[in-house]
Design a protein around this ligand. Structure first.
Ligand code: SF4
Length: 471
């Protein structure tokens, strides 16, 4: 599914994709370029209950982690597609419910799984929670899991990065912090309706260093309305200058029905540039960051890149997405997890979530117990996003080679110059990194063929079906 209707339009700069791709023309047919942020698989889901989730505990041999979703924000950004609500007076109440939900996992995770490789606080804006609450949530998790070696990461809004808050987070046990900077350019932050200033963008990484964080990440966005190459290059240079350990660059993917997408459609807002500029911005990010010593080790989409200094890969990204993927518990409204062989989505809406957790039940809403075919596909769909897909673990798990499982797909990808195979690795080529979602989708099995990622309103409708009324 191509989400942005402008993608195939002529680029305002007059360039076309083929001129930007030294290795061949733009692809068509099943390998046409897609940009969908394929984050979850399988996607052909149905209502799921907590009993489904506990039916067959698995061994956790690929590792285990915990994802906590805090879908609250002080203000709502008009470009944002995530599950989020205005924070207002809700953070403390939600924090208490998250603690209750953690307690419900006692018997859901097999007893011998007693340590976690990561704890990830994502959002929304997890930094709306007080440092005391974060500490209390970590204490609850430590009652059940050994976190001694875990990466404990929290997404922090740049406007929340005060010295006191950052120091308190560090003391609470957070050992990695990630800032949604988006841009260092005041004009761009205004254009996208962000609620922090360019000064706060610039100040957050140094503030985290002073608070004792030796592992700091920065997220940038490109293809912002009105953004040109000079502005994007300046943002990349500023990010490098901060000395952040990890830099992610994501193409802004707009919902045409969201506030900013609607503004563009109605001609009230400057449009995004076209696909050729997007690819040029993406390649500039890869080249600039590589020249500064950052290694491209993961891509959440055809235009979303994770790069880091040596040894600073995100454990969360590596463990839950790179193959073989670990299992992880999903805690919080709208969180997605993979546990006991099922991918599952939590209830999105706050009221229904509160009623369910308050009533002593896990807020599991929808998902799918993976079939063997799903498991083989998932290994590759998510695994290729880490550029190098190891082949031996696939053979060990599934009793056949990746080539035996996907002969036509591998031939098609190789013939198009998107991947190359060696004895132990399937590698995404430099051309292929601009087609990451296309490559992922090529591994979808028949049950999920060309289905999009589950969309929030569909899940909310499932909530109505299951629980009677939306919250
Ligand atoms: S971009 Fe971040 S801060 Fe803005 S509404 Fe979305 S989750 Fe909240």
């Amino acid at each position: 599914m191509s989400i942005d209707p402008d993608l195939s339009d002529a680029d305002p700069t007059g360039q076309d994709l083929s001129a930007l791709d030294p290795n061949g023309p733009d692809l068509t047919g099943p390998l046409a370029r897609e940009c969908e942020y394929i984050t979850y698989f399988p996607v052909n889901i149905r209502p799921l209950t907590p009993a489904d989730l506990t039916a067959r505990p698995t061994d956790g041999s690929a590792g285990f982690g915990i994802y906590l979703h805090v879908p609250l924000c002080d203000q709502i950004c008009p470009f944002c597609n995530y599950n989020k609500f205005l924070s207002g007076t809700r953070p403390d109440r939600l924090g208490g419910l998250l603690e209750q939900e953690i307690a419900l996992y006692g018997n859901v995770v097999a007893p011998h799984i007693d340590r976690a490789d990561f704890v990830y606080f994502g959002g929304g804006t997890p930094s709306v929670l007080s440092a005391a609450r974060i500490g209390s949530l970590l204490a609850r998790l430590r009652e059940r899991f050994d976190l001694t070696a875990a990466e404990v990461c929290l997404e922090c809004h740049p406007a929340h990065a005060t010295p006191e808050y950052l120091s308190a987070l560090r003391e609470a046990g957070v050992n990695r912090i990630s800032f949604g900077v988006q841009s260092f350019d005041a004009r761009m932050l205004t254009a996208i309706g962000s609620h922090h200033t360019a000064e706060e963008s610039a100040a957050c990484v140094p503030a985290a260093r002073r608070a004792g964080f030796d592992n700091v990440a920065v997220d940038l966005m490109f293809l912002l309305p009105g953004q040109d190459m000079d502005s994007w290059s300046a943002d990349l240079d500023r990010a490098v200058c901060t000395g952040a350990d990890h830099i992610s660059a994501y193409r802004m993917l707009l919902d045409p029905m969201g506030p900013l997408g609607r503004g563009i459609r109605l001609g009230r807002t400057v449009p995004q540039a076209g696909e050729a500029t997007e690819v040029r911005m993406a390649q500039t990010a890869l080249d600039t960051l590589a020249a500064a010593g950052y290694r491209h080790y993961g891509s959440c989409s055809s235009a979303g890149f994770d790069l880091c200094l040596p040894g600073r890969e995100s454990v969360y990204e590596l463990r839950h997405r790179a193959a073989p993927q670990c299992e992880y518990a999903a805690i919080g409204p709208g969180a997605v997890g993979f546990l006991n062989g099922s991918v599952y989505w939590n209830i999105h809406t706050l009221g229904e979530y509160a009623r369910t957790v308050g009533g002593g039940a896990l807020p599991v809403l929808a998902g799918r117990r993976l079939t063997d075919s799903d498991r083989r596909s998932r290994y590759a769909v998510l695994g290729v996003k880490h550029i190098e897909l190891p082949l031996a673990p696939f053979r060990e798990r599934f009793g056949r080679t990746l080539r035996e499982a996907f002969p036509d797909t591998l031939d098609l990808l190789a013939a198009s110059g998107l991947t190359e195979e060696s004895e132990d690795i399937l590698r995404v080529t430099p051309r292929g990194v601009h087609y990451m979602d296309t490559i992922s989708k090529a591994f979808f099995n028949a049950d999920n063929h060309r289905l999009p990622q589950p969309y929030k309103p569909e899940l909310q409708m499932m909530s109505v079906d299951l629980h009677g009324s939306p919250a």
